[in-house]
Design a protein around this ligand. Structure first.
Ligand SMILES: NC(=O)c1ccc[n+]([C@@H]2O[C@H](COP(=O)([O-])OP(=O)(O)OC[C@H]3O[C@@H](n4cnc5c(N)ncnc54)[C@H](O)[C@@H]3O)[C@@H](O)[C@H]2O)c1
Length: 414
């Protein structure tokens, strides 16, 4: 399939980034939102992205002008033409997305692939309101879409292999991204693995650990930033929503720390409100290595959380492995459900979260039997968050310590 024309629905943070990447990939793009002012804001954003590419000498001014000129704003479906693919990046509300897909199904040619950039909604449910579920797919970009390389390509139950291949090829060959195929499940791959880790950092805090020390510990371990810096950047309200959603879907091992609700109620949402785990000058992005001030309210939240519910404590000093093990264990749950092939766990966590050494590779270095013993010890002390997956037990019993033995050829397309 040749991709020449695309439409993007929603001209917000993600939609404008995706439209920029599509235009730089050589496609004509229609960027649609509900009001002129939103379209204008999206186009302005894209112009800024192109200006910065000129400044960095990635593109000449003439090239940037040409590529920017390939994007047209629209507020009506009459203006979206005959796209080869539509990528929807509107509000994360199921009714909004169902309406959009019903309309797209009516106005687009039968050959058009309809993709959604949803973070968590069901691809299969969205596909079911169209007469072409085989051509509906999830393409989950990461923020900012114009720079983050990873795309999770998520087929719904009726999506055809052909559509999957087209979405993979478009992402890899034209958009120059790194796509991985992920079976539809709550949180897909990256968020599903990230949140048990984020949550465990909160429980460590409740046991008296210091947020700066935990952040530093994880940076020393090889992550681009620690969990509390990430909480503050992402927004504690958004993280609370995600972890509650995953808890609802997967149960006990995602039980959220009560600290989150306390922080949301106190409007300590991270950078956007000037205080979260740290204090921030309003809107300022922390610079690497910059000394941070811990929010003095944090101790009060911890005290209240601990007084309300007695959470078990570990007899051991918190280390990086305690925080990382729930992420690793969730990867094993995902592998046991065949959500991805093993090689794509490392690809996803590298390009989605910056874990350069590879999550499964790190576990192999320590030994899977070591990981299992640790999980069982923490499970006895701290409960269900550390229940090891049966897949981990199976691998250890089989004496397997090398994931490449399970999947000799990486299937993830680079
Ligand atoms: N922001 C992130 O980090 C991130 C990452 C991955 C995926 N996503 C997902 O991408 C989508 C967009 O997120 P965002 O952060 O860009 O949101 P945003 O609020 O910045 O932008 C959403 C845009 O959609 C527009 N919109 C709303 N209803 C519409 C409709 N019916 N038709 C056309 N446009 C409509 C809004 O006017 C707004 O401009 C969501 O589904 C979100 O879950 C977000």
């Amino acid at each position: 399939m040749k991709f020449e024309r695309a439409a993007v629905i929603g001209a917000g943070a993600m939609g404008s980034g995706i439209a920029q990447v599509l235009s730089q990939a050589g496609l004509e793009v229609v960027l649609k939102d509900v009001k002129d002012e939103f379209v204008e804001r999206g186009l302005k954003n894209i112009k800024r992205m192109y200006d910065s590419r000129v400044k960095k000498e990635v593109l000449t001014q003439a090239e940037a002008d040409y590529l920017f000129g390939q994007i047209r704003g629209a507020t009506s479906y009459d203006e979206i033409g005959e796209p080869d693919i539509v990528i929807e990046a509107a509000l994360e509300e199921i009714d909004v997305k169902l309406d959009i897909f019903k309309t797209l199904d009516l106005v687009c040619p039968a050959r058009t692939i309809l993709a959604t950039n949803t973070s968590a909604l069901s691809i299969s449910e969205i596909a079911a309101v169209t007469k072409r579920p085989e051509k509906v797919i999830g393409m989950h970009f990461f923020n900012p879409a114009q720079t983050m390389k990873l795309v999770e390509v998520i087929p719904g139950v009726k999506t055809s292999d052909e559509t999957v291949n087209h979405a993979m090829n478009l992402s890899r060959d034209l958009m120059r991204k790194i796509p991985i195929k992920v079976k539809e499940c709550p949180g897909f791959l990256v968020n599903r693995l990230l949140f048990p880790y984020m949550n465990e950092a909160l429980f460590a805090l409740q046991e008296g650990a210091d947020p700066q020390q935990i952040d530093q510990m994880l940076v020393d371990f090889g992550l681009p930033m620690g969990p509390f810096t990430l909480f503050d950047m992402t927004g504690i309200d958004i993280c609370t929503h995600v972890v509650n959603f995953l808890y609802g879907e997967y149960g006990a091992r995602f039980q959220p720390s009560p600290l989150l609700d306390k922080m949301v109620k106190a409007n300590c949402l991270g950078q956007k409100t000037g205080k979260g785990f740290y204090l921030h000058e309003q809107g300022e992005v922390p610079k690497k290595g910059e000394a941070k001030k811990v929010n003095p309210q944090l101790q009060e939240f911890i005290k209240e959380a601990n007084a309300e519910a007695k959470t078990p404590r570990s007899s051991r000093k918190v280390d990086a492995y305690r925080i990382m093990l729930p992420m690793f264990n969730e990867a094993l749950y995902a592998l046991q459900e065949e959500v991805v092939v093993p090689a794509d766990v490392d690809v996803g966590m590298e390009w989605g979260c910056g874990i350069k050494r590879g999550l499964l590779t790190l576990a192999e270095e320590k030994g899977l039997d070591w990981c299992l013993t640790e999980m069982l010890t923490y499970h006895r002390e701290l409960g269900e968050r550390f229940r090891p997956s049966w897949y981990l037990k199976k691998l250890v019993r089989a004496g397997i310590n090398d994931f490449s033995q399970l999947e000799p050829e990486p299937v993830g397309v680079r």
